[in-house]
Design a protein around this ligand. Structure first.
Ligand code: NAG
Ligand code: NAG
Ligand code: NAG
Ligand code: NAG
Ligand code: NAG
Ligand code: NAG
Ligand code: NAG
Ligand code: NAG
Ligand code: NAG
Ligand code: NAG
Ligand code: CA
Length: 825
C-alpha cells in the first residue's frame, strides 16, 4: 500500500509538471518496484517515468520459457558484450552459472535444471561481482515445453516395453540437429529418483534428484538421429525413470546446466537388469507386490480428494476446479491410451492440501464417469499430482516426476508388464461423484447486464470501477472496470461496457485481464504476461490459462474460477464459485445464498427489493459498490487510465446513463432487431443493439447469453446413488449410477441369483432392492446337505444383511445431493 500511495503522489507530480525527463535513481535490484522519484515497473515505459537505466537494468529474455529441465539458451535483450567478455547468470538468487556470448556479442543465460515451475528470477553480472541486471523466465512442466526442442523417442511402445516378451531390437531417437550448434554430440542417460536425506535435528525428507548415469554415445555426429541396442544394466532398477539428454560433444560428460536437448521423462525398461529381460512378467509382478506393501504403509490420500463431477457436462463446465487432461482430450480426438473406453478426462486443478495428491475423472461417450470398478479405462486418482503443486521442488510435489514415481511406475509393474491390474486399482480406485457439488456462476455481459449467482438479472450502466465479487471472509476480490460504449463513427453513447477485470485471492499475484484492440491482455502484478509460448502459467497463488487471445481463465486455490471472453470486441466475465462461498459474497454479483431477492444489497447493507426496483435504484445500488482507491487491483499505465479512473472518484458521478431506450416504431433497425432478438436473452439483445446501433453487437450479446445458459445447464446438480458391484459369477447391465437409472443383474449358468435382479436409483440417492449374489446350485446343495436347510438359509440371510448394512453405512457417510434435476445417461 505504501508503494501504491507513493506512486500516486509521484504520478500526480509528474503529470502536473509534465516532466518527461529521466531520473537519477537506478533500478539495480529494484526491477518491478516504484521508487521515490521514478519507477522500475514495466508500466513506466508508457508512463514515461522510468528510472535512468531501467531498460538496461530490467531485461526481457527470448525465448521467455523453458522446460524445468533447462538446457535452453535465453537471450538477454539490451545486452551486447565484447567477445571473450564475462557473463555470469544467477537464478533464484542462488544458482550461479556462466552465461554464453555468441560471435555477435549477444548474451545468453542457459536455463538450469530445476524441480519447479513458475517465473524464475535471473540476475546477471558482467564483472562477476555486481549482479546489476535482472529479468525472469518461465519454467514449465516438461510435458508442456516446446516439442520442437525435444528429443523424440521413435516408437514409444518399443521403448516402454523393451525387454518384455517380443520387444527387442534397435531403439531410435531423433532431434532437430540445427538446435545444437556443434558437429558432434554426446548422448546421455539421466535418471530420476527421490532419496531420503537427513536434515538437521535428526529429521529427514525426500529430495528429488535427476542425475547423469552414463553415456549412450560420445562424440557422435550431430545427424538428428541415433540408434542403439540397449544393454541390460546391473542394478538397473535403482533408476527406473529418466530422460535422454543430448549436448555438444565439447561439454564434459554429465555436466549440469549446459545447452542441451532433453527427451520426455520415461520408464527405463530398456535399461533394466538382466532378470527383467529373463522374465519380465515375474519381475514386474514382484515389483507390483512390493509397491502394494509400500502403499499399505503410506498415508491414505483418497479421502482428501475432491469428488469427480458426475457428468462430462459438469466436468467441462467446472473450469475453476477441473481442467482437461491432455492425455485424453475430446478436442484432440480422444486418444486415450491409458483410458480405453473414455472419450475425455479432466484433472482436479489443485493438488490436495496435505499430500499434494491429484484426482482424475474420465467420461465415456454417454457422458458418464468411467469407474475402475467397471473398466480398466476408469478414472484413477494420483498420490502425486501430475502437475506438481506449490511450493514444488520437494517430493511428492515435483511436477511430472513425483507422479511418474508414485503412480505411473506402478501402473507399468501391475498393469502393463504383468497382469495384476487389480492390485493397482485397489490403491487407485475411481472416485464416485456422490459428494460432488457443482459451483455457482454469475456473469457480466454486453452493455453490462448482470446475472447474479442466484440468477437475478439486471442492467447497470455506471462508469467506473466496482466490486464484482468481494468475499472478505475468503479473501477473494474480483473488480470490474466499465467504460463508455463507443459507436463505429466514434461518438460516445450514454451506456457502458466492461473493459477490464482485476482479481486476487489471499496473498496471490494480482491478475488483471483487459480489453486491448479486440483481444485480451493479461497482466500479473502490473506487467503484461506473454502467452505466445505457453497457454498455462503456474503463478504465485493462482493459475492462468489463456487458450486463445479471446479467452482467459484465472483459477484460484479456493476453486474460484474467473472466465473472461471477448466476442466482437465485447467483453464478458463469468465468475464460478464453489458452494463454500455460500453466504460469503457481496458486490455486483450478489449475496450467494440461493435467494435472488437479497442480491441488490448495497455496500451500506440496504436491500433493494429486486421485484420493485426502478432503474435509478439499481443504479444507486451499483454505484455503492465502487471500489476504494486503496483496494484497487488495476494497473494505471497510461495517461488516459490515470485521468479517467485513477484520479476521479471510482464511480464517475458525472456519467449518467440513458435509463430507458427509445424504441421508436420508425427506427430503421427495428425490423432487424425483431428477427435477431428472440427467445431467452432477447431483452439483452434488443438493448445492446439499440445502444450500440449495431446488430453485430446485439447478436454477440445474445450468443454470450446463450453460452451462459449452456454453462448453467452443464452445472445443474445431478443425483448419484453410487457404484454397485457386479456380482461374482454374474453380470451387471449398465454402468450409470444416476437418479432414474435401472441396473439389472444376471448370474452365469449354473448359479442362482439371491437379492434383486433390478435396482433403481431413486431421486433421494438410494438404490431400491438388495444387492444380488450368485451362488452355485452345488454349493447351495452342499451347504444344505451338510448343515441342514434352515440354519444355512439363516446363515446366508445374515451374511447378506451384514453386507448390505455395511454398504448402507458407507452410503450414509456420503449422502446424495439435493435433487434438482435428473440427467439422463
Ligand atoms: C545503472 O546506473 C548506475 C548509476 O548510474 C550504475 O552504477 C549501474 O551500473 C547502471 N546499471 C546498468 C545495468 O547499466
Ligand atoms: C514399434 O516396435 C514394436 C516392437 O518392437 C514393433 O512391433 C512395431 O512394428 C514398431 N512400430 C513401428 C512403427 O516401428
Ligand atoms: C529445426 O530448428 C530450426 C531452427 O529453430 C528451424 O528453423 C527448423 O524449422 C527446425 N526443423 C524442424 C524439422 O523442425
Ligand atoms: C526416510 O527416513 C526416515 C528416518 O530416517 C524414515 O522414517 C522414513 O521412512 C524414510 N522414508 C523413506 C521414503 O524411505
Ligand atoms: C549392485 O548392488 C549391489 C548390492 O546393493 C552392490 O554390491 C553392487 O556394487 C551394485 N553394482 C553396481 C554396478 O552398482
Ligand atoms: C454516429 O451515429 C449515431 C447513430 O448511428 C448518430 O446518432 C450520431 O450523430 C453519429 N455521430 C457522428 C459524430 O456522426
Ligand atoms: C473461447 O470462448 C468462446 C466463447 O465462450 C468459446 O466458444 C470458445 O470455444 C472458447 N475457445 C477456447 C479455445 O476455449
Ligand atoms: C447462510 O446463512 C443463512 C442465514 O444466516 C443460514 O440459514 C444458512 O444455513 C447459511 N448457509 C450456508 C451454506 O452457510
Ligand atoms: C463509493 O463507495 C463508498 C464506499 O467505499 C461509498 O461510501 C460511496 O457512497 C460510494 N459512492 C457512491 C456514488 O455510491
Ligand atoms: C441391458 O439393458 C438395455 C437397456 O436397458 C437392454 O436394451 C439390453 O438388452 C440389456 N442387456 C442385457 C444383456 O440384458
Ligand atoms: Ca442472494
Amino acid at each position: 500500500m505504501r508503494a501504491n500511495l507513493r506512486e500516486t503522489l509521484f504520478l500526480s507530480g509528474i503529470l502536473l509538471i509534465l516532466s518527461h525527463k529521466t531520473h537519477g535513481q537506478t533500478c539495480n535490484g529494484k526491477c518491478g518496484d516504484v521508487l521515490e522519484d521514478c519507477s522500475c515497473r514495466a508500466a513506466c515505459v508508457t508512463l514515461l517515468n522510468c528510472c535512468a537505466n531501467y531498460s538496461q537494468t530490467c531485461f526481457q529474455v527470448t525465448p521467455h520459457s523453458s522446460s524445468m529441465l533447462g538446457g535452453r539458451a535465453l537471450r538477454i535483450h539490451g545486452l551486447v558484450l565484447p567477445p571473450g567478455g564475462s557473463l555470469t547468470c544467477r537464478f533464484k538468487g542462488e544458482i550461479v552459472r556462466d552465461g554464453l556470448i555468441d560471435t555477435q556479442g549477444r548474451a545468453y543465460c542457459v536455463a538450469p535444471l530445476l524441480y519447479e515451475t513458475g517465473w524464475i528470477p535471473i540476475d546477471v553480472s558482467t564483472n562477476r561481482i555486481d549482479f546489476d541486471r535482472s529479468g525472469e523466465y518461465l519454467s514449465v512442466h516438461p510435458s508442456k515445453a516446446d516439442r520442437a526442442f525435444q528429443v523424440t523417442l521413435v516408437n514409444a511402445t518399443q521403448w516402454q516395453y523393451y525387454g518384455t516378451a517380443n520387444t527387442a531390437g534397435e531403439l531410435t531417437m531423433m532431434w532437430n540437429s540445427s538446435l545444437i550448434t556443434a558437429d558432434r554430440v554426446n548422448i546421455e542417460l539421466w535418471g530420476y529418483r527421490e532419496v531420503n536425506r537427513s536434515m538437521a535435528a535428526g529429521t529427514s525428507s525426500l529430495q528429488a534428484e535427476l542425475s547423469f548415469l552414463y553415456s549412450l554415445g560420445k562424440n557422435m555426429p550431430n545427424a538428428g538421429a541415433f540408434s542403439f541396442i540397449p544393454e541390460p544394466k546391473e542394478n538397473g532398477s535403482d533408476w527406473e525413470l529418466g530422460n535422454i539428454r543430448i549436448t555438444a560433444s565439447l561439454t564434459s560428460e554429465g555436466e549440469r546446466d549446459v545447452e542441451a536437448l532433453w527427451s520426455g521423462g520415461h520408464v527405463l525398461a530398456w535399461h533394466l537388469e538382466q532378470s527383467f529381460r529373463d522374465n519380465s512378467a515375474a519381475w514386474a509382478h514382484n515389483k507390483c507386490l512390493q509397491w502394494d506393501a509400500l502403499e499399505k504403509k503410506l498415508p491414505n490420500f483418497l479421502n482428501e480428494l475432491i469428488d469427480c463431477p458426475c457428468t462430462l457436462a459438469q466436468a467441462r463446465a467446472d473450469t475453476g476446479r477441473f481442467h482437461t487432461d491432455y492425455s485424453c482430450d475430446i478436442d484432440r480426438g480422444s486418444v486415450c491410451t491409458y483410458h480405453p473406453g473414455s472419450i475425455h478426462c479432466v484433472r482436479a486443478i489443485q493438488a490436495s492440501p496435505v499430500h499434494g495428491s491429484g484426482q482424475q475423472c474420465c467420461y465415456d461417450i454417454a457422458g458418464n464417469l468411467v469407474l475402475t470398478g467397471d473398466s480398466i479405462g476408469g478414472s484413477t486418482p494420483d498420490r502425486a499430482h501430475d502437475w506438481g503443486s506449490p511450493p514444488y521442488r520437494d517430493p511428492p510435489r515435483v511436477p511430472g516426476y513425483s507422479h511418474w514415481l508414485y503412480d505411473v511406475m506402478s501402473f507399468y509393474y501391475c498393469c502393463l508388464w504383468s497382469d495384476h491390474c487389480h492390485v493397482y486399482f485397489s490403491h487407485r480406485p475411481s472416485s464416485g461423484c456422490r459428494n460432488y457439488q457443482p459451483p455457482r456462476a454469475g456473469v457480466v455481459l454486453g452493455d453490462p447486464h448482470f446475472i447474479t449467482f442466484d440468477g437475478l438479472r439486471y442492467t447497470f450502466n455506471g462508469k467506473g470501477e466496482y466490486y464484482l465479487v468481494s468475499s472478505p471472509n475468503r479473501e477473494l476480490s474480483v473488480q470490474a472496470r466499465t467504460e463508455e460504449v463507443k459507436l463505429k463513427n466514434g461518438s460516445l453513447v450514454k451506456a457502458t461496457q466492461l473493459s477490464a477485470v482485476a482479481m486476487k485471492e489471499k496473498a496471490s499475484d494480482v491478475i488483471e485481464v483487459r480489453r486491448a484492440e479486440g483481444h485480451l491482455q493479461v497482466l500479473r502484478n502490473q506487467k503484461v504476461l506473454p502467452f505466445t509460448e505457453q497457454r498455462w502459467m503456474d503463478l504465485h497463488g493462482v493459475f492462468v490459462f489463456v487458450p486463445s487471445p479471446q479467452n482467459a481463465t484465472v483459477i484460484f486455490p479456493s476453486g474460484a474460477g474467473v472466465e473472461v471472453r471477448i466476442r466482437e470486441g465485447s467483453m464478458a466475465v463469468t465468475v464460478l464459485l464453489p458452494t463454500e462461498f455460500s453466504n460469503h459474497t457481496q458486490g455486483l454479483l450478489g449475496l450467494m445464498n440461493s435467494d435472488p431477492s437479497d442480491d441488490l444489497t448495497t455496500e451500506h447493507e440496504e436491500v433493494i427489493s429486486s421485484t420493485e426496483a426502478t432503474l435509478e435504484e439499481i443504479f444507486t445500488f451499483g454505484a455503492s459498490w465502487n471500489i476504494s482507491k486503496e483496494s484497487s487491483l488495476f494497473t494505471y499505465d497510461s495517461k488516459h487510465l490515470l485521468d479517467t479512473y485513477h484520479f476521479p472518484p471510482s464511480h464517475n458521478p458525472a456519467f449518467v446513463p440513458a435509463f430507458s431506450l427509445p424504441e421508436s416504431p420508425d427506427d430503421p433497425l427495428l425490423s432487424d432487431i425483431l428477427t435477431l432478438c428472440f427467445g431467452e436473452g432477447a431483452e439483452f439483445c434488443k438493448y445492446d443493439t439499440l445502444t450500440t446501433r449495431s446488430l453485430t453487437m446485439g447478436s454477440a450479446t445474445l450468443r454470450t447469453y446463450q453460452s451462459h445458459q449452456n454453462l448453467m445447464e452443464g452445472l445443474k446438480p445431478v443425483v448419484s446413488c453410487g457404484w454397485l458391484p457386479t456380482p461374482k459369477y454374474g453380470r451387471k447391465n449398465g454402468t450409470c449410477y444416476l437418479a432414474g437409472e435401472t441396473l439389472s443383474f444376471t448370474c452365469n449358468e449354473g448359479y442362482i441369483l439371491y437379492g434383486s435382479t433390478e435396482r433403481i436409483c431413486l431421486d433421494d440417492g438410494s438404490w431400491t432392492g438388495e444387492q444380488p449374489y450368485c451362488i452355485t446350485d452345488e454349493k447351495v446343495g452342499f451347504v444344505l446337505g451338510a448343515i441342514g436347510f434352515l440354519s444355512s438359509m439363516v446363515t446366508m440371510a445374515i451374511m447378506i444383511k451384514l453386507h448390505n448394512r455395511k454398504q448402507e453405512r458407507e452410503r450414509k457417510e456420503k449422502p446424495g445431493q439435493v435433487v434438482n434435476q435428473q440427467q439422463a445417461c
